[in-house]
Design a protein around this ligand. Sequence first.
Ligand code: NDP
Length: 478
Amino acid sequence: ATAQIGVTGLAVMGRNLARNLARHGHRVAVHNRSPERTRSLVAEHGDEGTFVPSESLADFVASLERPRAVIVMVKAGRPTDDVIDELIPLLEPDDIVIDCGNAHFADTRRREEALREHGLHFVGTGVSGGEEGALLGPSIMPGGSVEAYRKLGPIFESIAAVVDGSPCCAHIGPDGAGHFVKMVHNGIEYADMQLIAEAYDLLRERLGATPAEIGKIFAGWNEGDLESFLIEITADVLGHVDAGTGRAFVDIVQDQAEQKGTGRWTVQSALDLGVPITGIAEATFARSLSGHADQRAAATRAYADAGGETPTDDVDRDAFVEDVRKALYASKIVAYAQGFDQIRAGSQEYGWDIDPAALATIWRGGCIIRARFLNRIREAYDADAQLPTLLVAPYFVRGVAESVASWRRVVSYAAQAGVPAPAFGSSLSYYDGLRRDRLPAALIQGLRDHFGAHTYQRVDTEGSFHTRWAGDRAESPA
Ligand code: NDP
């Protein structure tokens, strides 16, 4: 036994993670169901470090020093369970199985419990940054036990992205905590991308600007508060020209956004936890809407000459660009505030004790949502770990206050001009809902009591009450 850590599953992610480990001086056992991938990894990259290849899972396990650490990087779902089932009889107590795939946190909780009964540690680990991140330094979000992290932490921290000298890896919490925060990370990524897409669409519609011109606007925004990986690559994609047709790349791509499911999981979990993550939900539904091609074509036809629309006012180009930038910034604050709310709710529900400041710290590099902005989030939670919502952190209060007039103008324009901006609009409504002193929820309580005797509470006294709506309208304690 000579290897310090093993990777089974050597498709793009596993291969790159194994190379990253080897490049950092770890002796890495490597295995893949079909041995060709193992052979090609060693043939093409064997000189990058020490790989210990095996063609059978048994040999792979035998090549690892104890306690063993086995990274499973196979297709999420059933294949992960299959590989774990094969591993269990080969492992011994205190060995560690690490699932770096995109597992649902509920599956991770189930697997952790099952492996614990065998005396094994199971570490569901979120890995963000795509294939390039896996090779050059991802953001790593391990769950599982503190004991397991004691062994894995130094290894993971050595291969993670580094920002300001600190690695983008931290123990998130027990069992499914790592995969849960990775899921919410992906949900925030959905919201971020939807907001960027809405900003682009509004600029294009209102200014009649070309994608390349809008790409330059985004490149400029990347110099300020919005500086982030996604804004940077937006400029790149918008500036790209299709070689075959000479047209803007965005104009030759089908306008139907795909999804692999983590946005949907985030929204499903938020519904279970009762956390309004409206930005992420709108982003997920906007992708669904884009995919309903037949409905879209039918509606486009049905309303083409139906009339009823009114023209919009003339535009001051520079002022509008600045309004959209501020609307994007404020909406982004809402999306992150909602995502961090969900993480707190999940942490409470499942007993994870997740540190939001540590999370903001490890999302600053390596991952898809890496952004300058996350420094501000970390500072906000460092100053007050019990913040009711990021929206009340002084830095963000100032940011929203400076943006809100622009935000309203952009959402008004979108509504008037008929440009869909669901994430901009719902984020603004969320902000307005959160800060309103009295919400019409009081009326909803009245309606519920009227039709279903569901009772209500009064503002002026304790207890629950019911009004006999069908009778004498007298109120009685419930
Ligand atoms: P894939 O999700 O395409 O999975 C392919 C790998 O799974 C191959 O090694 C394949 O082996 C193996 N596999 C599939 N079924 C089985 C099985 N029943 N038993 C054993 N092995 C099996 O690979 P990726 O590298 O794209 O992703 C790996 C994991 O990382 C996934 O969970 C993914 O969601 C996650 N992830 C991916 C990211 C990305 O950017 N691609 C980013 C972050 C996470 P074989 O070669 O024999 O077919």
